[in-house]
Design a protein around this ligand. Structure first.
Ligand code: XMP
Length: 506
């Protein structure tokens, strides 16, 4: 396995992700709390940092157990750190060193195997390495950055000023592979299967005979988290699946059956009426969210209290949900932000939190689920917001509006499936607008509701673009909706990107 020492860069998790993509297992540890058995690791990567090595309180790790003894790759801050404290010089840079740059090689080296001259790399730093450290040998430069990559002679120590982990460094993964496989001789034999095994073993050791409660949402993350825990502790995992009445059409019964079929110890709780009550008369989006969040906590709390002696709350939190990453100085026990779908529990429950997917990205969660033999449709489901259809019905919520939107949504989503488009879209749904418009059906004038369809492509929901769905598909969907769903006489398609629009309308 590979050790990543974190100096607090926003990209550290991305390094871990890229390494996992190479089928190599890696662990992130704060630089000031390295693991005890450094010998267990075959290579070490030093991350970037928001810090400057020139500042008085610059992070100054003790690398004596590592440097020269193990292959080491120092990224950005790491590269400056090596230079600054080992006989080189780092200074404030006077040219802008952010964004794209192209590599030119000074020295031939296994480090650059299969990477061609001009390869685009991504820079993000305000200091620059003026002089290499003792025994430093320059390997590559860019137009603005002379010392873009170097190695230390007599050691397997490599240093790069750019970020190989970000998407825009085109050959970044190749570079990591060159370092880890060709130079450090790490075996790329780590798979989602191995993740499942390790996680299940860890969970067993951590949870023992304790009881754990988990809120299932029907989504990918909570379902995969549940399966991992189920493998580890079986019936001691108590799953609760709450119907807030704002799910997709038939979703509650269908998904509940599916969960039972997977062998999960799951209780379905239909609290639709309670949520509708809590929403009555509310039209402000944030007030609606709050009402739903509170109702959820009440229902979940009530159910969890029925489980005698429950000690843990499991959550399907994945990496993008972890807004506050493990801080470089605070160590691994940084405050846990509760999953936005669960919303946190009252303090008096005093449950300890377990989050087996905390380090993974969505596509990795899907791969882990697939390796446990989970249903493809369940794993491929689009993201769906915790407040459900309530934030897709603009304005106040009534049972009738929910039903109309469920019907519209079902036509749209089933249509996407039938047309083989579902998996090409990251997220899709329908929005019920608070306007009526005039139409004509038969010879009758109508004055009915308008719905908007939204389909976006994205990787993480942070940015998104609307999907160019085929006109024929839109035409058929619009027809089907207006013919099948009573109360709707107009369908529009949302062609806004995020930003400036958001994915949801509320
Ligand atoms: P926006 O609308 O912010 O959505 O572009 C980005 C992603 O987040 C989901 N979303 C939510 N999920 N509770 C959730 O659990 C919410 O209140 C919420 N609001 C938006 C949205 O569906 C999309 O995937």
């Amino acid at each position: 396995k590979v050790l990543i020492l974190d100096f607090g860069s926003q990209y550290t998790q991305l390094i871990a992700r890229r390494v996992r993509e190479l089928n190599i297992y890696s662990e992130i540890h704060p630089f000031n709390k390295p693991p005890k058995n450094v010998d267990d690791y075959k290579a070490v990567i030093l991350s970037g940092s928001p810090m400057s090595v020139r500042s008085e309180d610059a992070f100054h790790p003790d690398l004596s157990e590592i440097r020269g003894k193990k292959p080491m790759l120092a990224v950005c801050y790491g590269a400056q750190y090596l230079a600054h404290f080992s006989g080189g010089e780092v200074a404030e840079s006077n040219t802008r060193e952010y964004g794209r740059a192209n590599l030119s090689f000074v020295e031939e080296d296994a480090f650059f195997k299969n990477i061609s001259v001009g390869s685009q790399v991504w820079m993000s730093h305000s200091d620059t390495i003026k002089n290499l450290p003792t025994n430093g040998k320059l390997l590559a430069s860019t137009h603005d950055v002379k010392n873009a990559a170097y190695k230390i002679e007599g050691e397997s120590t490599y240093a790069i000023q750019f970020h190989p982990e970000v998407y825009h460094s085109k050959d970044g993964k190749q570079l990591l592979e060159n370092f880890l496989v060709a130079i450090a001789n790490v075996n790329p034999d780590w798979t989602p299967n191995a993740f499942v095994q390790e996680t299940v073993d860890d969970l067993k050791a951590k949870l023992g005979d304790d009881k754990v409660v988990l809120g299932l949402s029907g989504g990918v993350d909570s379902s995969v988290a549940a399966m991992l825990l189920h493998k580890a502790i079986g019936k001691n995992l108590y799953c609760i699946f709450v119907n807030n009445g704002l799910l997709r059409k038939n979703e509650f019964t269908e998904v509940l059956e599916q969960y039972k079929g997977m062998g999960l110890n799951v209780k379905g709780v239909d609290a639709s009426a309670r949520f509708l009550d809590a929403l009555a008369g509310l039209s402000d989006p944030e007030k609606k969210r709050k009402a739903i969040g509170n109702a959820f906590i009440e229902v979940f709390d009530q159910e969890a209290n029925l489980i005698e002696d429950v000690k843990w709350l499991a959550q399907g939190t994945i990496y993008p949900d972890v807004i506050e990453s493990v801080s470089a100085t605070g160590g691994p026990s940084a405050t846990i932000k509760s999953h936005h779908n669960v919303g946190g529990l009252p303090d008096y429950m005093k449950l300890k939190i377990v989050e087996p997917l905390r380090a993974l990205f969505k596509d990795e969660v899907r791969r882990v689920g697939a390796s446990m033999g989970m249903d493809k449709d369940l794993l491929g489901r689009h993201p769906f917001p915790g407040p459900g259809l309530a934030i897709r019905i603009l304005g106040d919520i009534t049972a009738e509006k929910v039903q109309i939107l469920q019907d519209v949504d079902a036509v749209f989503i089933n249509g996407l499936r039938d047309a083989g488009l579902y998996d090409k879209v990251w997220q899709a749904g329908a929005i019920l607008l608070p306007v009526n418009s005039v139409g004509v059906m038969g010879d009758e004038r109508t004055y009915e509701k308008c719905v908007a369809l939204r389909a976006v492509e994205s990787t993480d929901g942070m940015t998104a673009d609307w999907v160019n769905l085929p006109y024929e598909f839109l035409q058929k969907t619009s027809n089907d909706i207006i013919n099948k769903v009573k109360g709707v006489n107009r369908v529009v398609y949302d062609i806004s990107s995020k930003p400036p629009a958001t994915i949801e309308w509320e």
